[in-house]
Design a protein around this ligand. Sequence first.
Ligand code: SF4
Ligand code: SF4
Ligand code: SF4
Length: 280
Amino acid sequence: MKWSKEAEEAVSRVPFFVRKRVKKWVEDEATRSGAREVTQRHVLTSQQRFLNRMEEEVKGYQVETCFGPSGCPNRAVISEDLPAALETLLSRRDPESFLRQRVKGPLKVHHEFRLSISDCPNACSRPQVVDIGLIGACMPEITEEPCSECGVCMEACKENAISAQNGQPSISESKCLFCGQCAKVCPTGTLKKGKKGYRILVGGKLGRHPRLAEEFPGVFPQDEAMKIVEKCLDLYQEHSVHGERFGEILERMDKQPWEAIRQAGRLKSPPGLLSHKTGE
Ligand code: SF4
Ligand code: SF4
Ligand code: SF4
């Protein structure tokens, strides 16, 4: 449905973590009233209703995505099914009932477990400030094809992660964010797109005591990332006393997230970092 400029502006002022839901409400409201265009009045009416009925709107979790699935050209990974798979994983645990048992007093949107997926390291969906954030990663691979030393890959790399050594590119693993852009621009195939997966961040939040998520070392194939999300959810549900956020639980445990999960005996061995090199 078409949105007026004023309506767009009004909805852009709604806090980002409920904006998607308010937008849906607004469109439903406009459709019900037979309107062909969403106006500012629809936004204000729906916003007020949302505030009045916030507790009913809490479903216990949120899965956010960036604009990658709409076709953003920066995507390092294209995984159409991951958001739906994560929604299913979360909803099966009935997080709303879980929170109702743990939280004293009315449920608020800020109690919900948040998961955010960004399809590249630009991280537009803010995976650093949610309970679990996934960032799409494409590992550049150095092949046997001769390098023409054109330097295009170095220009494309925003992290200064590529240097030339004996006429061949070399990639710094500590600097590379796995955006895959160098492989995209290399004209000779010396650099090509290698293994794809996700970086995993845990324990971020905003609110009164904001906290940036911590990153697990490595890049994880999608199926392994799903397993780790599941282990994190086990840990969260087992240790949540009053519906506190995952970051608070990890802080209380006073351990690095990966160690906390590993020591809880859930995963037997730490996953390895996928290699840059062909065939490894
Ligand atoms: S995170 Fe990357 S892929 Fe997603 S919208 Fe932003 S730039 Fe595009
Ligand atoms: S994938 Fe390539 S362009 Fe992206 S950060 Fe790594 S080396 Fe740089
Ligand atoms: S690796 Fe590719 S893009 Fe980089 S300098 Fe060599 S040929 Fe050019």
